[in-house]
Write a protein that binds this ligand. Sequence first.
Ligand SMILES: [Zn+2]
Length: 129
Amino acid sequence: MLKRSHYLIADIESCVLCTAQEEETIDHLIFNCPFSQACWDKIGISYNSNISRIEATIRAKEIYSGRLFIEIFTITTWNIWKERNNFIFNQINPTYNAWLERTKADLSWLRYKVSTDLSDYITSLVNNL
Ligand SMILES: [Zn+2]
């Protein structure tokens, strides 16, 4: 959006999560970047970015074997975005471990918003990440 508005954004045009020098598009940053793919692999969500985002999300939900798909999908995406922003705004290099720890912490908070059986499920999920 900044680029389309002709802002000078040369420093942030390339993805900061990988060394591939890929343009930072939503599809690359969140789904296709090797960094993000490692995150999705860890969380167990498969995302086919060759189809529309909505269709890919629906398919990912259909084949996801766990519970709380949207919550886990959102937390995973949010923490990939936060790794990117930590570099852009705080000059902190993105790391898989930082993403993982933040994701586990956010999932742990989710336990307080759900029923007991889902809380137990989240505890098990976090312990196995
Ligand atoms: Zn990348």
